[in-house]
Design a protein around this ligand. Structure first.
Ligand SMILES: *Cc1c(COP(=O)(O)O)cnc(C)c1O
Length: 415
């Protein structure tokens, strides 16, 4: 039994009852399925088939060390969004040549580190950043491998907070600027332009924006070939969405076929940077009901011990996550406003949910929380970061222990 399923009505992860893990480790608690993580990674990898490709898992979705290691063991490379993600990637075993470094604002210290490491590429977000990288490379006697991130002015039709490909978004270099930069790189000896990069957003559920971005990058690769630059690959970013609510999303096969169709004639290998589609479905957040009270004539509040501090997405984007009791009662469904314990009215995990009757101390599972869940957790209200557990082949282990108050205070002085 692989992934999250029910055995005689009780929710299990790779065969292990979530209630058993919660009993041992307490709540709130992230539980990941190693089998799901593997199958999500291998599914995309297989979808590209024989076409030359590398998956650079986007660490920002979830960079808990054990998960990063597991993905690396499957052959994944890495996409890092800060020098600290690069440090974690290195600890997980990724070589500099397996890491691309993205990020709309990289400090001088981060760029110095990135150039010194000799990363596969620094994905450059502005003419100024390219000049700073060049200066660092010249000063240190290195050649910096760079990709230029294009802002394609494409609407990813995702949530405005996670769309990155429109001109009004802060990401990337507009086309005309990119063309000017392409013309300059052949003469800039400290820079090696290895790729063109695009990433139009996250949780993209139609292929058109991804297809258009890929087509644009393929056309631009023709243009740079004409000025004598031989690219090594095309980096088409991440962004493939997952189904949080059961609605259809593009399959890995359809996704890969769409990208390969646009790029094949260039003969260049494809790099993609999937995050959510790999880690999202591999994790649930397990929480306990800690209070129940009437709300309206039709609904009750169910207060749980996880909220925006453990899973920010509902409060941040109005994101939907399926919620189910771990052991549902055999009662008619009723309507609950499932809320967190944090002192913010936006701390609502699920609105108007139809669930079988809940009682105090019941466990609920919040699905598809493996990406942008634990990674976005915070200490607001001095709430400790939750524990994380990985289930693999019927055994489970804590891959991140629950934070303690002493862990938090270890950074502080009061004298
Ligand atoms: C966030 C991000 C990704 C991953 O996006 P997903 O939607 O999780 O696949 C990939 N590339 C870049 C540059 C990003 O910023």
């Amino acid at each position: 039994m692989v992934g999250f399923a029910r055995i005689s009505n009780e929710l299990v992860c790779d065969g292990v009852p979530l209630s058993a893990i919660a009993l041992a480790e307490g709540t709130p608690l992230y539980v990941y399925s190693a089998a799901t993580l593997r199958s999500r990674y291998l599914g995309i990898d297989a979808a590209f088939g024989a076409y030359p490709h590398t998956l650079h898992y986007a660490l920002k979705a979830n960079s808990t060390l054990a998960l990063a290691r597991l993905l690396r063991s499957l052959g994944s490379a890495a996409d890092a969004n800060s020098i600290w993600e690069i440090e974690v990637a290195r600890k997980a075993g990724f070589q500099p040549s397996e890491i691309v470094f993205t990020g709309v604002g990289k400090s001088t210290a981060e760029l110095e580190c990135g150039v010194a490491l000799g990363l596969k590429a620094i994905n450059v977000e502005s003419a100024g950043e390219l000049a700073r990288i060049e200066a660092i490379a010249q000063r240190t006697g290195r050649t910096a491998r760079v990709a230029i991130r294009i802002n394609p002015d494409i609407d990813a039709k995702s949530h405005p907070h996670i769309s990155t490909g429109l001109k009004i978004n802060k990401f990337g270099v507009p086309l005309d600027t990119a063309r000017e930069l392409f013309a300059t790189v052949p003469a800039r000896r400290a820079l090696k332009l290895v790729a063109i990069h695009v990433h139009v957003g996250s949780q993209i559920t139609t292929l058109d924006p991804l297809r258009h971005a890929a087509a644009l990058i393929a056309r631009l690769s023709d243009e740079v070939a004409r000025v004598g630059v031989m690219l090594e690959y095309l980096d088409l970013g991440g962004g493939l969405g997952i189904s949080y609510d059961g609605r259809d999303v593009p399959s890995a096969a359809a996704y890969a076929a769409a990208l390969v169709a646009e790029v094949r004639r260039t003969g260049l290998p494809i790099v993609v940077e999937p995050g959510r589609t790999i880690a999202g479905p591999a994790g649930v957040l397990v929480a306990r009901v800690i209070d129940l009270k009437p709300r309206t004539a039709e609904s009750d509040f169910a207060v749980i011990d996880a909220g925006m501090t453990e899973l920010l997405r509902p409060a941040l984007y109005g994101a939907f996550h399926r919620i189910e009791p771990v052991k549902p009662r055999d009662t008619p469904e009723q309507t609950y406003e499932v809320v967190g314990p944090v002192c913010e009215s936006s701390d609502v995990v699920g609105r108007d949910r139809r669930l079988s009757r809940l009682e105090l101390d019941d466990l609920v599972a919040i699905f598809d929380a493996g990406a942008y869940g634990a990674a976005m957790a915070s200490n607001y209200n001095r709430r400790p970061l939750p524990a994380e557990v990985l289930v693999d082949e019927g055994r489970w282990k804590v891959i991140r222990r629950r934070q303690t108050t002493d862990d938090m205070l270890a950074l502080e002085t009061d004298d």
